[in-house]
Design a protein around this ligand. Structure first.
Ligand SMILES: CC(=O)N[C@H]1[C@@H](OP(=O)(O)OP(=O)(O)OC[C@H]2O[C@@H](n3ccc(=O)[nH]c3=O)[C@H](O)[C@@H]2O)O[C@H](CO)[C@@H](O)[C@@H]1O[C@H](C)C(=O)N[C@@H](C)C(=O)N[C@H](CCC(=O)O)C(=O)O
Ligand SMILES: Nc1ncnc2c1ncn2[C@@H]1O[C@H](COP(=O)(O)OP(=O)(O)OP(=O)(O)O)[C@@H](O)[C@H]1O
Length: 513
């Protein structure tokens, strides 16, 4: 519930209210929404984004009795109107109030970075489920976990939800008994003010490389970096990967609101950070091959002596040197939240992150890897790791690139393929409003054809089938980009897709029956 007085006070406090008009009989709103299709009696409706005035009319027809907007729309309206300077900010603030500030009732860990957010989120939850007696919620790109029952888990629409959904999900998590929350915080969520006003107990910064730059995302890298840094600005304790680029910027962003004593750094042993920071937590690889991954973790910080009790060796269920870094971030964040070494050991050795580094073994077609890698940084990390581990194997890669966003990924894919692949099948991956063949031709234009044989097959299932069928027992087939995504985004529609994992299993069943 939200009262009219609360709305005015909150919006004024944040200098957002430009003008308002009240219906004097109206004292409270019992519902909030930004979607006219969900409006009902006593709803406060938010006009935002690619908005059409008929959405407001339709919301009112369904019972909406007030609206918040950057523009005045209606002259004859028998309800309340709040005109604000930024509707996204207003929506986040009023959303938090409407749902009773659920973030204050949980220990909240936010994670940002170009790569590794989802993996690290799953790692932390897996550990903290042991620490908190299964009271840890997770908001990730793949799934949202608001509790432990099957109906309290669902597929996420966005990495970081729209503010009203975010606070609603938090409220449900608290009502389900959750005491801890781990959430991915995308740069877009800051750009669009979905998390405006949110504060985090711990904010983790994993890494940053150019990505998400384009007409529908960030205008340039500076904007991308600025948005990502906001997690540090809004976190009480900051945990930063000292191997990250732009380290000085990150440190200064963290320092604007956190005391230096609350800013921590982690890195692989032997790292020379590009800005001289004190590395508090270090890891080294004890074993990293396709079957086993083990790290040694050391906390050398006297600022937080209790974390020394979690020093030790930890086994990871997922290969990949980058996962050692993700795991270290998870160990520290979980340690801050009270995890002991047994919680960490059990959490990291048993976790499964859907669509990330999934291995499918075949009898005569080598190993097939399904992985969500979908930009240069992740493709370079993945293929580089596989090549190092299996230097004599050929690498056959199936990939496409998304339309309408992340255009610089196409060049990155051409580069990563040229560095590591022997054969590529260029295919379809969420083309949006673009022509997938044109996208693939752009990727192809960056490929060194002396090193890589390129095939075009726009039907993704067929591309996977061709790649696996041509492989022999010593080859590695990498199906990159979609993981367990169950649809292709085409012309504004989500077209159901079986997922890469299922496509691979079906091909193997057909070939090996
Ligand atoms: C560019 C962008 O950020 N768009 C997001 C934004 O869209 P929008 O506000 O323009 O909303 P819209 O869907 O166009 O519709 C306009 C408004 O009309 C309303 N409407 C619409 C139809 C109707 O009948 N009645 C009605 O009231 C809608 O509910 C909405 O409020 O708000 C929507 C949710 O309210 C998001 O779904 C949508 O994300 C788009 C689809 C998206 O995928 N964005 C990507 C770039 C993104 O945010 N990705 C990041 C991860 C990236 C990373 O890894 O860093 C993420 O956090 O997921
Ligand atoms: N720390 C890392 N550095 C580089 N690459 C990574 C790292 N962690 C994971 N990857 C690669 O990136 C892929 C995506 O990982 P993950 O889903 O954890 O990242 P994300 O930040 O959530 O990605 P996105 O923003 O695209 O949803 C993995 O499948 C792996 O190939």
């Amino acid at each position: 519930m939200l009262t009219v007085n609360e709305i005015i006070t909150l919006l004024n406090e944040h200098h957002l209210l430009k003008s308002y008009h009240l219906n004097n009989n109206q004292k409270v709103f019992k519902h909030v929404t930004y979607d006219s299709r969900k409006a009902t009696d006593q709803t406060l409706f938010f006009c935002k984004g690619n908005f059409k005035p008929q959405y407001l009319t339709s919301a009112i027809e369904k019972g909406a009795s007030g609206y918040v907007s950057e523009k005045h729309f209606l002259n004859q309206f028998n309800g309340s109107e709040f005109i604000v300077s930024d509707v996204q900010k207003a929506m986040a603030l009023l959303g938090a109030a409407f749902y009773g500030y659920p973030q204050n009732q949980m220990h909240v860990i936010g994670i940002t970075g170009t790569k590794g957010k989802t993996t690290t989120g799953y790692f932390i939850r897996s550990i903290l489920q042991n620490t908190t007696n299964r009271k840890t919620a997770l908001f990730s790109t793949i799934d949202t976990f608001l509790g432990n029952q099957p109906n309290q888990r669902f597929k996420s629409q966005l990495t970081t939800p729209e503010s009203l959904d975010l606070f609603k999900n938090m409220r449900t998590a608290v009502d389900n008994g959750m005491t801890n929350l781990v959430m991915e915080v995308s740069s877009q969520s800051y750009k669009k003010n979905r998390v405006y006003g949110m504060h985090y107990d711990v904010g983790i910064f994993l890494n940053i490389t150019p990505d998400h730059i384009g007409p529908n995302e960030h205008p340039n890298f500076a904007d991308y970096l600025h948005c990502k840094e906001q997690l540090l600005v809004n976190s009480k304790v900051c945990l930063i990967n000292a191997e990250s680029k732009h380290l000085k910027d990150l440190y200064f962003a963290a320092k604007t609101t956190s005391e230096p004593s609350n800013i921590y750094f982690f890195a692989r042993q032997g790292t020379k950070p590009e800005y001289p920071v004190r590395v508090d937590f270090q890891f080294k690889s004890l074993k990293d091959n396709m079957n086993a991954n083990q790290i040694h973790f050391v906390s050398s910080s006297d600022r937080i002596p209790k974390l020394k009790s979690i020093n030790g060796n930890y086994k990871l269920s997922m290969p990949g040197d980058y996962n050692e870094s993700n795991a270290t971030a998870a160990i520290v964040a979980a340690g801050f939240a009270g995890a002991n070494s047994q919680d960490i050991y059990n959490g990291l050795s048993n976790v499964n992150v859907p669509g990330r580094m999934e291995r499918h073994f075949s009898k005569s077609h080598g190993t097939i890897y399904v992985d969500y890698a979908h930009n240069y940084a992740s493709m370079h990390a993945l293929l580089g790791f596989l090549k190092r581990e299996n230097q004599d194997s050929n690498i056959i890669v199936v990939l496409g690139s998304t339309g309408d966003k992340g255009e610089n990924r196409r060049k990155g894919f051409g580069k990563a393929l040229s560095e590591y692949a022997d054969v590529a099948f260029l295919t379809t991956d969420d083309p949006g409003d673009e022509n997938p063949m044109a996208i693939d031709q752009q990727i192809d234009s960056y490929v060194d054809h002396n090193k890589v044989k390129v095939n075009f097959e726009l039907d993704r299932t067929k591309a996977i089938q061709k790649a696996i069928t041509m492989s022999n027992n010593h080859d590695m087939v990498v199906v990159a980009g979609k993981g367990r995504d169950p649809y292709q985004k085409v012309n504004g529609k989500n077209i159901p897709y079986e997922t890469d994992s299922v496509a691979v299993d079906n091909v193997l069943k057909g070939l090996e029956k």
